[in-house]
Write a protein that binds this ligand. Structure first.
Ligand SMILES: Nc1nc2c(ncn2[C@@H]2O[C@H](COP(=O)(O)OP(=O)(O)OP(=O)(O)O)[C@@H](O)[C@H]2O)c(=O)[nH]1
Ligand SMILES: [Mg+2]
Length: 430
């Protein structure tokens, strides 16, 4: 691997209380992008300078500091406007990467599936579009993989913009095709009649570790474990696993992309479909890094981001993870909240119990008659649902079932009244 590029991490403090944490997070993002922060540079301003972000004098100071440290890449803790970016690069001959572009770069390095790659590429091109400019700064050629500014004047600029727009259209088209196929998969999962539970939360909270813990606890050694890393945005794709707790009803558990403060809006929009599993879920488990002093703000960011992608009013369990770093007490459940460690199997057992309890609160009893021609549905019921009674009738198989409300809705075409018990036949011949 090549040497990490040294960078100065900079930002304007608007006198907000979480500025230090936000700068710390910017450094973690830098590390996640294989950059090496060597110096911090901050300015206290009520409002950022609309032309140069920092005040004019401060920009010269930054230039000297960069020379001193022999650094030519500066990270900025906010999203710069196209004009601020252009002026800063012109005035200093340095290269600037703002928080948005940095997050986009980290995402683009981590994106493995074609869907994630397309989503990030579209967000990156949309970010670049208003920022292409004929500055003549050779560093600009690094931005956008050589696609963007070549600095040969207006016509080249227009050409670049057109090329970017065409690429966006092409990628969006490809994404749409791909999503059609993925929607079919997700629909099939919904038809599996299993309740869907999604792990959501701030990046690095321990969502993937929790999913792996649940797989370990339920001894599902054949189900694939998901990647875990002490790094921001280790997970970019949604993974779904069927959980089979011994002697209990099964459910689907999905691991999703983590959130972060000031997550670029374009990226949120792009990831809407990746988060479809969370949108369709019957229950969300918000994993929180209890050991992080800033965890309350992380919960706020998660709630806001969920609202932005249209997820409101879903039943939610608050899962305060990494309790091992906070207390020696064993896991505890208080209402819809659990304090646990994803690394302790006995804690995972308690989490599964809370999930089951919460899901079963929403359970109903129904009776259905499934025609003999609908073998698929019979298989799904036999494999996944809690069957209380079952026998053959002249019209099909009778089942009395204990199911989540969402599952009941899917079986509605076959539903009969619980009091209405059709006559049994001893066997059937097709
Ligand atoms: N001490 C301790 N560390 C934990 C616990 N759970 C997770 N971790 C660590 O926290 C780090 C992040 O865990 P992940 O499971 O990758 O977190 P994530 O929420 O999936 O993160 P993203 O995919 O980046 O959003 C890893 O280094 C884990 O080993 C825990 O209960 N206790
Ligand atoms: Mg993860």
């Amino acid at each position: 691997m090549s040497e990490p590029i040294p960078v100065i991490v900079s930002g304007v403090s608007h006198l907000q209380t979480d500025f230090t944490d936000s700068m710390r997070e910017l450094k973690q993002l830098a590390l996640a992008d294989q950059l090496k922060p060597v110096q911090e540079f901050t300015q206290m301003l009520e409002l950022v300078n609309h032309k140069t972000y920092f005040g004019q004098g401060k920009v010269q100071e930054l230039k000297q500091l960069a020379q001193y440290h022999q650094v030519d890449l500066i990270l900025v803790n906010d999203e710069l406007t196209p004009a601020q970016l252009r002026n800063l690069e012109k005035d200093t001959k340095l290269h600037f990467l703002d928080r948005t572009e940095l997050i986009l770069q980290v995402f683009s390095q981590r994106a493995h599936s074609r869907q994630a790659q397309l989503q990030v590429a579209i967000a990156q091109l949309q970010y670049q579009l208003p920022r292409v400019h004929p500055s003549g700064n050779p560093l600009d050629q690094q931005r956008g993989g050589g696609l963007a500014n070549r600095g040969t004047g207006e016509s080249q600029l227009e050409l670049d913009r057109r090329v970017i727009k065409q690429r966006i259209t092409k990628l969006k088209h490809e994404l749409k095709q791909l999503q059609k196929a993925l929607t079919t998969q997700s629909k099939r999962r919904r038809q599996s009649q299993l309740p869907q539970v999604a792990l959501v939360g701030y990046t690095n909270a321990g969502k993937s570790t929790t999913l792996n813990g649940v797989l370990d606890y339920t001894k599902q050694t054949t189900a694939k474990q998901v990647g875990v890393k002490d790094q921001l945005f280790a997970t970019l794709d949604t993974s779904v696993r069927t959980i089979k707790p011994p002697a209990k009803a099964r459910f689907l558990l999905s691991d999703t992309v983590g959130f972060i403060n000031k997550l670029p809006h374009k990226l949120i929009a792009a990831f809407r479909s990746t988060l479809a599993e969370a949108q369709n879920a019957d229950l969300l488990v918000q994993v929180v890094d209890y050991a992080d002093a800033n965890h309350e703000q992380m919960i706020d960011v998660t709630q806001q981001t969920l609202a932005e992608i249209g997820i409101h009013d879903k039943p939610m369990i608050f899962a305060y993870n990494k309790a091992d770093q906070v207390t020696h007490e064993p896991a505890q459940i208080k209402g819809n909240t659990i304090y646990y460690s994803a690394k302790r199997l006995q804690d995972i057992a308690l989490l599964i119990q809370l999930i089951e309890q919460t899901l079963s609160r929403d359970y109903v009893q129904i009776a259905v008659v499934i025609p003999y021609a609908c073998g698929d549905i019979v298989n799904q019921i036999q494999a996944n649902l809690t069957i209380q009674e079952q026998y053959f009738t002249a019209k099909g198989t009778y089942y009395r079932l204990q199911v989540a409300r969402s599952q009941a809705a899917q079986l509605q075409p076959y539903e009969i009244a619980l009091t209405d018990k059709p006559m049994a036949i001893s066997s059937f011949h097709q």
